[in-house]
Design a protein around this ligand. Structure first.
Ligand SMILES: [Zn+2]
Length: 266
């Protein structure tokens, strides 16, 4: 059975340092593929990685005009398959990661969904709202370079393991209220175009916001930082509200630019 060939090995940003193994380990999860090459020189891609404006040569159920809708339905179905594989896995064996780098997808609704093992979606591009309120992420999460074109709601979500949002782009509201990070959370270089809501968020591991850009209000009221909190070189263009935030260890704000009000006292 062929498997989707994404990501291409030459994708330079998929490196060990970015938490992505390009030796084939972190290859696209999806085995439901179409041939976008020729019979002699096949190029297999899943519906998420189908080259734009092209239909596969070996199947007629993926017309290019329907691919957007097909992706939304397929993502839910593939995640269900993955949950079954993880649940049926042998004890002691590492559960497989769900890997879909650079997936393109419309609105998704995964409220209170469980993601039982590593979730690797670096470079994903969500063109509609993303609902993940109350979702539980049991494994490592890699959402670096992800683009959320509209809002993302992660209210009360739980990230049990190391989580990466490096250089992620939040073009709509980013709702991380009451979210819990059990391990390091890396938002280095992330860009929040609209409001960033981290009210009552709990960071159990290091919180890294180095070089992050907050284009509008950044709300960290009542947030709890149990380990190191780094906001070095971050840029707050709007109000930065840290009232009631508690820092149990070092908090560094070297080279931060506050363009609006910055409030730290309760
Ligand atoms: Zn794929």
């Amino acid at each position: 059975m062929p498997r989707c060939q994404s990501p291409h090995p030459e994708f330079a940003k998929y490196t060990e340092a970015s938490g992505f193994r390009c030796d084939g380990t972190d290859q696209c999860w999806v085995s439901d593929v179409g041939n976008f090459g020729t019979a002699a020189q096949p190029e297999y891609y899943c519906i998420f990685h189908a080259p734009a404006d092209t239909a596969p040569t070996d199947r007629d159920d993926w017309p290019k005009e329907a691919q957007g809708e097909l992706r939304t339905a397929a993502l839910a179905a593939h995640l269900d398959d993955w949950r079954k594989v993880v649940a049926a896995g042998e004890e002691g064996a590492a559960p497989p990661a769900f890997v879909l780098p650079e997936l393109r997808c419309g609105p998704v609704d995964f409220k209170r969904a469980a993601f039982p093992a590593d979730l690797m979606l670096p470079g994903a591009h969500f063109t509609g709202p993303v609902h993940l309120r109350g979702a539980v992420f049991g494994g490592r999460v890699n959402l670096s370079w992800v683009v959320f074109r509209e809002g993302v709601d992660l209210h009360s979500a739980v990230f049990a393991n190391a989580t990466r949002f490096q250089s992620a782009e939040f073009r709509g509201l980013a709702g991380f209220e009451s979210v819990r990070f059990g391990a390091p959370a890396d938002f280095a270089g992330a860009r929040f175009a609209e409001g960033a809501g981290f009210e009552s968020a709990e960071f159990g591991g290091d919180a890294d916001f180095e070089g992050a850009e907050f284009g509008d209000r950044a709300d960290f009221r009542g947030a709890r930082f149990h380990q190191v909190a780094a906001f070095d070189a971050a840029d707050f263009a709007g109000t930065a509200d840290f009232r009631g935030a508690r820092f149990s260890r070092d908090a560094s704000f070297h080279g931060v630019r506050f363009g609006g009000h910055a409030v730290f006292r309760t």
